[in-house]
Design a protein around this ligand. Structure first.
Ligand code: PLP
Length: 395
């Protein structure tokens, strides 16, 4: 062919993290078949517990409606059914945030929204935390944006702040609770970010995919901070709240108050979604609605409590060993400093070969992740306890 392709794709770095982990595990199993049988995975970023019973019942009932001529439905509304947008608005109201349903756009995943939001943005400098969920970086590389990193490190508790950043009209990604570090912005720190964005005419893209793990006085949403509706878009998901990683449903809040150069972000996103997206299936939206009902949310929170108990088991172990870490308290992720100055991959190999425990090297989430390691609480209780027993002996 002689067509021009998107040359920006040449600038993507190879997404090698999970394939490299799989390769090292495979080679180890071939070399040590007996030990290979004992492998426990604490690297998993996917949920493992099944959907809540209230969610399953709602989905079953919706499927039956679709199989009956009198209740069958065709294309869903591009922005989500009103019943789900209202349920999401009520969810926000439960932590004191008022979001009109018209500002809520239902989608098939936070990954899609994070990747697609660049469609309505022009050629701004984009600031991305390091380490962080890699989709922010790759989607901006694909669209050829100027990218700056805002480093997370032990000094700032893996919560980068805007100190020293000189900009006008830039785009900032924030993720809280953060993947992979589990660090959570408190109200004061978010206040600083919102004030900074308002002062510099910038936009914050706030990823709250793990908000359901937050307890106490920590913010679940950036809209808990006054003024955020003028400078922030928020992306959240049912994936981790309700175990929807395989069911697929999320939402994006694009406030009507968010304007730039006389254009409304809400109207642009509306137009973008109506053109390029045909909505989420009716049974999935009914299932999502059920996940936010008092009964459904209660059941989902039981699953989250199970994961958080796993996180506690891991964090207690690190406390006993005096290994420094973030996360584990308001997040399914525990982010630890590799002992004895080991690099992320050295520590990965060490745990694999000496204890048959698999985690995720921090370097895969950005260069500031080098020397750190992510363990997750999404495994089984037995697996987590067994892994901790082995690490207790090894470290
Ligand atoms: N945002 C963050 C920070 C994530 O860690 C993930 C998934 O791991 C996503 C978004 C993707 O969510 P979804 O399953 O809704 O696409």
């Amino acid at each position: 062919m002689k067509i021009k392709l998107n040359d920006n794709y040449r600038n993507l770095s190879e997404s090698y993290l999970f394939s490299e982990i799989a390769r090292r595990v495979r080679e180890y199993k071939e070399a040590e078949p007996e030990k290979g049988e004992r492998i426990v995975r604490l690297g998993i970023g996917d949920v493992t517990l099944p959907l809540a019973p209230a969610v399953v019942s709602a989905m079953e009932a919706a499927v039956r409606e679709m199989g009956d001529a009198s209740t069958f439905r065709g294309y869903p509304p591009e922005y989500g059914y009103d019943f789900l947008r209202e349920a999401i608005a009520s969810h926000y109201a439960s932590f004191g945030v008022k979001i009109p349903p018209e500002d809520i756009f239902v989608s098939d995943g936070a990954k899609s929204d994070v990747g697609n939001i660049v469609d309505i943005l022009g050629d701004n400098t984009v600031y991305i935390p390091d380490p962080v969920y890699p989709v922010y970086l790759d989607s901006n590389v694909m669209s050829g944006r100027r990218i700056e990193f805002i480093p997370g490190n032990e000094k700032n508790g893996f919560l980068p702040m805007p100190d020293g950043i000189n900009c006008e009209g830039a785009v900032f990604y924030l993720c809280s609770p953060n993947n992979p570090t589990g660090a959570v912005y408190d109200r004061e720190k978010l206040r600083v970010w919102v004030d900074f964005a308002l002062r510099t005419g910038s936009l914050i893209i706030f990823d709250s995919a793990y908000e359901a793990f937050v307890t106490g006085d920590l913010p679940h949403s950036i809209y808990e901070i006054e003024g955020a509706e003028k400078c922030a878009v928020e992306i959240c998901s049912f994936s981790k709240t309700a175990g929807f990683t395989g069911t697929r449903c999320a939402w994006c809040v694009v406030p009507s108050a968010a304007m730039s150069g006389g254009m409304s972000l809400n109207k642009m996103w509306r137009r973008r979604q109506a053109t390029k997206f045909n909505g989420v299936s009716y049974p999935v939206q009914r299932a999502a609605e059920a996940a936010l009902s008092p009964e459904g949310l209660g059941q989902c929170m039981e699953n989250i409590a199970y994961y958080m108990e796993n996180a506690r088991i891991i964090s207690d172990f690190l406390d006993r060993k005096g290994i420094s870490y973030t996360g584990g308290r308001y997040s399914p992720y525990v982010w630890l400093k590799c002992p004895d100055g080991m690099s992320s991959w050295e520590f990965f190999d060490y745990l694999l070969t000496k204890a048959q425990v698999v985690g995720t090297p921090g370097e895969g989430f950005g260069s500031c992740g080098e020397g750190y390691f992510r363990l997750t609480s999404f495994g089984s209780r037995e697996g987590t306890e067994e892994a901790v027993r082995r690490l207790e002996e090894l470290l």
